[in-house]
Design a protein around this ligand. Structure first.
Ligand code: 13P
Length: 250
């Protein structure tokens, strides 16, 4: 099966309950002729009401993070099982903001991925280099480490349970997008890496691009051979832009 087309909106730490409901409602209303699986990733606090709101629609819900631990004395943390229990289906892990601001390393991320998979969540696994790493010619090395150390070595049905998002750190929230050719080059590299790690099924894993992807540039990015959709930050907070991106497939 060819990789599924997917567009996920990472709302990050934005919206309040009223904004979240109204944003999700507008996305639901505009969801016909969607050419990809649309996933909304609001702050976890709003997952439960939004799962209820989107029930019966084509929109799925995901969390932006989960704990590395199963349960217990981890004040302030949210377990993968809790996310699954409200009906969310996805979780973003390994985002560069989690890596840099919250000090998450590849091992922690691998533990989180394991928790998520154990609880039947589909993982949107983020990787990407900083500008410094790109300029030093280290893109492939950095991505290889993030993927081989951040993902468990054995994953059941990786094409159904894992989505990879390539998010060059220098493109996140900066308005500077990787050019379609730059993004495709890294996506092709990731595709080959996944085939090495998982065998031929690696060819079926969806690869999303993220980093200043918007309504104006999505179509050109999504037209690349190994780009199967996007992980959208800022532009996912505007329903009309997010819907345009969800339909930006040939
Ligand atoms: P922007 O689309 O705002 O650059 O954010 C990308 C991102 O980090 C999505 O996870």
């Amino acid at each position: 099966m060819p990789p599924k087309k997917i567009v996920a909106g990472n709302w990050k730490m934005n919206t309040d309950l009223q904004d979240a409901i109204s944003l999700a409602n507008t996305v639901i209303e505009g969801a016909e002729q969607m050419k990809a699986q649309a996933i909304l990733c609001p702050p976890s606090l709003f997952l439960d009401p939004l799962v209820k709101l989107t029930a019966g629609s084509a929109i799925a819900l995901g969390a932006q993070n989960c704990s590395f631990a199963e349960k217990g004395a981890f004040t302030g943390e949210i377990a993968a099982s809790m996310i699954a229990s409200v009906g969310a289906k996805y979780v973003i892990l390994g985002h560069s903001e989690r890596r840099t601001i919250f000090g998450e390393d590849n091992l922690t991320i691998q533990q989180k991925v394991s928790q998520a998979l154990k609880n039947n969540l589909i993982v949107i696994f983020c990787c990407g280099e900083t500008l410094e790493e790109r300029e030093a010619g280290r893109v492939e090395e950095v991505i290889t480490r993030q993927i081989t150390e951040g993902l468990p070595t054995v994953i059941e049905n990786p094409a159904s349970n894992i989505i990879i998002a390539y998010e060059p750190v220098w493109a996140i929230g900066t308005g500077i997008t990787a050019s379609p050719a730059q993004a495709e080059e890294v996506h092709r590299f990731i595709r080959n890496l996944l085939k090495q790690q998982f065998g031929q099924i690696g060819a079926d894993i969806s690869l999303l691009y993220g980093g200043s992807c918007n309504a104006a540039n999505a179509a050109e990015l999504f037209a690349q051979e190994n780009i199967d959709g996007g992980l959208i930050g800022g532009a996912s907070l505007k329903a009309a832009d997010f819907l345009t991106i969800c339909k930006a497939f040939a």
